[in-house]
Design a protein around this ligand. Sequence first.
Ligand code: CTP
Length: 408
Amino acid sequence: MIDKKNILIGVTGGIAAYKVVEVASRLKKSGANVRVMMTSAATEFVSPRTFQEITGNAVFVEMFGDAAHFHVAHIALADFADMVLIAPATANFLAKAAHGIADDLLTTTILAFDREILIAPSMNTKMFENPATQANLEILKSRGMKILEPATGNLACGISGKGRLPEPVDICAAIEKIFTGTVLSGKKILVTAGGTVEAIDPVRYIGNRSSGRMGFEIAKAALSAGAEVILISGKSELAPPKNLKFVKTESAIEMREAVLKDFDSVDAVIMSAAVADYRVKNPAAQKIKKSAETLTLELVKNPDILKELGNLKKSQVLVGFAAETQNILEYANKKLVEKNLDFIVANDVTAEGAGFNVSTNIASIIWRGGEVENFPKMSKAELAEKIIERVADLLNKDKKFFPMNDNQ
Ligand code: CTP
């Protein structure tokens, strides 16, 4: 989740600043593009050069440092970042941020920043527990900033108590959690799941073995990524997840209507439903009684929902599934092209640990252009996360660039 993310770290003047070097290093190793801004007090504890070497990017301290390269640094830094981490955050920083004081590059950047901010306070226990600090923290929380509770232990001032900066690994975990929860915020995702049911008469139907698990996991993963989710389900015994719009459908025709109703308003559709290719031409109005030795049902083709979406699609991301029993990549690729999809998730439903009614899957993702990603056996929940990560990447691909010269 951190890979390719733009993370801005604000370092203020606390003894724990040295720990943030490791935070920057870990984020960088996870694939993030890391930039650091420091207060001048912070530079008393760690040299800007250390952060510069670790991140490979210039470090910003001065508001009006180098006139020749001045590009309204605080705005450029705020525009660059997907999130800001302030660590260690001193009591002085908390007080300034809570009251909108912008008297250096770091506090000014914070004021110009409107996305996720994670603050890791670190200070002497009494300073942390001081009602002024606590009131400032409450103000910052009420404005949506996330506060990482300080750890308890030995402090630089010689006492033991609450106020230590959490370990770098825990800070990075908190950052990861922020990204997991926001990559799809503001996006609306439609997921279909389960098998359709095609009536023969009021009692019997033609169905399939789909459990709905894959689609339900995808809906949950999309929710965890911050999306607004519509889950349109055919037959499934699973309880609908909370906090999403759940639409129960039976036949392919009903599912088609439900999907088309919302299609214009969504950013992506992930069709994991097992839609019956055929339906009974004339379902009986009453229960069919047993009489003749043979019974013939006439079937007619169902609409191909995904193909229709492929024709209608404007900017929506479209993802399909291909459950195959042979020639997996070839058949899946054909569907990818015919249905005008962004990518397709293919699997061999006869393989052990894949297919219907099991909690694992062994899948490949095939992209337009022919690239194939092969995944090992993993839980359907894990595969759902992979699919959602890729959908998020496609929806967020217009990344901001950083309009500053790194050699300044
Ligand atoms: N699909 C659909 N409407 C249909 C049939 C399939 O929207 N009437 C979608 C499925 O939800 C899946 C993808 O199309 O995402 C591929 O479905 P699949 O059943 O594997 O392929 P078909 O196109 O039906 O081809 P075939 O059954 O011949 O393999």
